[in-house]
Design a protein around this ligand. Structure first.
Ligand code: FES
Ligand code: FES
Length: 152
């Protein structure tokens, strides 16, 4: 029976190991922050973190996670960096329909956790999420706000 290290707690799940992590989170565990978008790993709406790396949960089978630590937005609500990102997102009025935004926040958090002052190339690679509302310039402004607060 697979187990899952999720948001700081290890739990055993009576589920098929092939089940995509996104299904486990939303349908089995009721964690609805993570969204279903394309289902094929293209849009990033389903982004979670696995051992601190942004990962697309729709194409990640439960078995592939193994013992690595999974974090969803629900598990980062008390995290200062995530709170800073959310505040900047509000200041810049980033969310439009909002559907893609959790995935973007999870990707941004993973990036800034690794690299407080990322290069343009790192930003482009990390924030490859799709937004049908076109919030990309607002995302960049919000990111710039957070990055500017990092002591030199
Ligand atoms: S729903 Fe997973 S990448 Fe689009
Ligand atoms: S805010 Fe609507 S899809 Fe990104």
């Amino acid at each position: 029976m697979p187990s899952l290290n999720l948001n700081g707690q290890v739990q055993t799940l009576d589920l098929e190991p092939e089940m995509p992590l996104l299904w486990v989170l939303r349908d089995e565990l009721g964690l609805s922050a993570t969204k279903f978008g394309c289902g094929v790993g293209a849009c990033g709406a389903c982004t979670v973190q696995i051992d601190g790396q942004a990962a697309r949960s729709c194409v990640t089978p439960l078995a592939a996670v193994g013992e690595r630590a999974v974090r969803t937005l629900e598990g980062l609500l008390d995290d200062p960096l995530m709170q800073g990102l959310q505040a900047a997102w509000l200041t810049e009025q980033v969310p439009q329909c909002g559907y893609c935004q959790v995935g973007l926040l999870m990707a941004a958090h993973a990036l800034l956790s690794k690299s407080a002052r990322p290069s343009e190339r790192e930003m482009e690679a990390a924030l490859s999420n799709l937004c049908r509302c076109g919030t990309y310039p607002r995302v960049r402004r919000a990111m710039a706000q957070v990055i500017a607060r990092v002591p030199a």
